[in-house]
Design a protein around this ligand. Structure first.
Ligand code: GAR
Length: 206
């Protein structure tokens, strides 16, 4: 399965995909990495792995025009799946409608708790005992599409943002490759009569 990854920053989740699903013979092939910003670490990681890169930013322009440009760049790579791995810019229907049910997003909380920015800090401020990680279908509502995979992470007494972020990242680095493998195996299905329900089809012998 051809995968395009959209990034904005450090790209540690991109790295987990490069390491876990991108080797020859693996389930997927990352054919393009697109960043919303130039000069970020994620682009260095892609280049080190020999993956083509592009930068498509807002550049002070209009979001709809940026999203059409972005969709053209992504479509030219002919992806079976688009992964938003730390992509920190809102996407409109001008992008999402071009890849129906093929764009997934990663978020560092158990949605619908703590959508938007600073999810980990929000969880700490609330004092919740569990937060976690969600991989979900991307829709126009920010962090609002139906979950595909979720996993809780316990908040320990005395955790600061750095400590909790480290434990959340560990889970992300497992869940994102797992989601890609499930898509590549055709095991993710959205119920056509209730599109908020997502079925993970059991694998052989499960
Ligand atoms: C990840 O923690 C991801 O969950 C978060 O950005 C980080 C990117 O890290 N995404 C969001 O908050 C999206 N709402 P990375 O660049 O090291 O992969």
């Amino acid at each position: 399965m051809r995968v395009v990854v959209l990034v904005s920053g450090s790209g540690s989740n991109l790295q987990s995909l490069i390491d876990d699903v991108h080797a020859p013979g693996d389930a997927a092939r990352i054919v393009l990495v697109v960043s919303s910003h130039p000069g970020v670490k994620a682009l260095e990681r892609a280049e080190a792995a020999g993956i083509p890169t592009a930068v498509v930013g807002l550049d002070g322009g209009e979001r709809a025009a940026r999203d059409r440009r972005l969709a053209d760049v992504v479509e030219a790579a002919d992806p079976g799946l688009v992964v938003l791995a730390g992509w920190m810019s809102i996407l409109t229907g001008d992008f999402l409608d071009r890849f129906p049910d093929r764009v997934i997003n990663l978020h560092p909380s158990l949605l619908p708790s703590f959508p938007g920015l600073h999810a980990i800090e929000q969880a700490l401020a609330w004092g919740v005992r569990y937060t976690g990680v969600t991989v979900h279908y991307a829709e126009e509502v920010v962090d609002g599409g139906p979950p595909i995979l979720q996993e809780p992470v316990a908040v320990m007494y005395g955790d600061d943002a750095e400590a909790l972020t480290a434990r959340i990242r560990e889970v992300e680095h497992r869940l994102v490759p797992e989601a890609v493998r499930l898509f590549a195996a055709g095991r993710v299905r959205r119920d056509p009569s209730d599109r908020r329900r997502v079925q993970i089809v059991p694998g052989e012998g499960e």
